[in-house]
Design a protein around this ligand. Structure first.
Ligand code: NCD
Ligand code: ZN
Length: 350
């Protein structure tokens, strides 16, 4: 047996921004799902902060229709809310995997008033609520969970203090989960000087101390979520620079590199990128959907090799160890050695 070859279940990314429809010059359902396959992801969940936010059934249906024609891996969707579309909730519940709310400022005009939050929690009962919440907002949400019992997922936790609050909530058996991004695991504020706008995202890169806290407390973290948030190189060089970095194509190789450095186990990758996302977001997976990686294959991450339309990664120039060689979905080979082997529309909408 070749010990360098390993088969993993297809990875699930519960946090990607594919920009389609509305900003397909940055990414679209085809290029975004090609990037996903190249990174070993067979399912991804797409965020609702499109240029025209997905806050009505009509917009959701339009988005699903476009996706069906273009995707090469499986894609599920989230619904969005600013607190003024509660009457849409019952119409979309069955078509999405959760509701995404922003309590801190980020790309797009999506910020909701904390006063609105309780109304939203009362109207969205069945499925999970995902939150972009930092600092006080974490505490505020945990109090609401205690009061109302909604299941919540804290996206991209990046600081020791936020994770501490979540650990406490978990120890109190509250229905909370949380994710970290690859950029918060592998970059710190020290990288901002060199990377400039290519290291600007929300939440921002943190201190080495915060990063170490995340690594030390990995057992409390449920998922690694790429927060793949493409913007063009031109936009990134502009003023103001938009927040967000790409992640679909680099996350697994970075994690496998960490395995080779004994900072992580393969079992952790399976838990963080397959099992927990599957359980938390209620995704059915197929046994014949899997990824073949070569653990010994070393390569340079290079912007020029990426399939994401925006063509850059904050990890450009990094040497990593662990390459995605082949990807299978429902027993069909969909990716091999850098090439996409299926046509647009092969993927399924969850
Ligand atoms: C995201 C984007 O560009 O859509 N940006 C980011 O920095 N993470 C928005 C988000 O989800 O916060
Ligand atoms: Zn995001």
């Amino acid at each position: 047996m070749n010990m360098s070859k390993l088969t993993l279940p297809g990875l699930i990314d519960p946090h990607a921004h594919l920009r389609d429809p509305g900003q397909t010059y940055k990414e679209d359902f085809y290029t975004g799902t090609c990037a996903a396959l190249a990174g070993g992801y067979t399912t991804l969940l797409d965020m609702p902060n499109n240029q025209t936010p997905i806050t009505t059934l009509k917009r959701l249906n339009q988005k699903i229709k476009i996706a069906k024609q273009k995707i090469v891996c499986d894609v599920g969707f989230y619904f969005g809310s600013l607190g003024n579309n509660l009457n849409e909730f019952s119409k979309v519940q069955a078509k999405v995997l959760g509701l995404k709310l922003y309590l801190n400022e980020t790309t797009g005009n999506f910020l909701i008033d904390k006063q609105e939050l309780e109304k939203i929690f009362l109207s969205w009962r069945k499925k999970i609520i995902l939150l972009h919440a930092e600092d006080n907002a974490v505490d505020h949400v945990i109090k609401l969970v205690k009061k109302l019992g909604n299941r919540v997922h804290f996206c991209h936790i990046s600081t020791a203090s936020d994770l501490k609050q979540i650990i406490k909530a978990k120890e109190n058996n509250l229905p909370v989960s949380c994710g970290v991004t690859p950029h918060h695991l592998f970059l710190t504020e020290n990288n901002v000087k060199k990377l400039g706008p290519f290291a600007k995202m929300k939440p921002p890169l943190r201190s080495k101390k915060d990063q170490e806290f995340l690594w030390k407390n990995l057992k409390y973290i449920d998922v690694v979520e790429s927060d793949h948030a493409p913007h063009t190189i031109e936009e990134k060089g502009g003023d103001p620079t938009p927040f967000g970095v790409t992640g679909l194509e680099t996350t697994l190789s970075l994690l496998l590199t960490a395995v080779s450095q004994k900072r992580l186990k393969i079992d952790d990758i399976v838990r963080l990128c397959c099992q927990r996302p599957k359980d938390i977001f209620g995704i059915k997976v197929d046994k014949q959907t899997y990824v073949e990686v070569n653990l010994n294959s070393k390569f340079l991450i290079l912007n020029s090799k990426l399939l994401t339309k925006c063509g850059w990664s904050p990890f450009d120039g990094w040497m990593v160890r662990g390459r995605v060689e082949r990807v299978f979905i429902r027993n069909r080979k969909v990716f091999e050695n850098g090439k996409i082997l299926v046509k647009r529309g092969f993927g399924k909408v969850l």
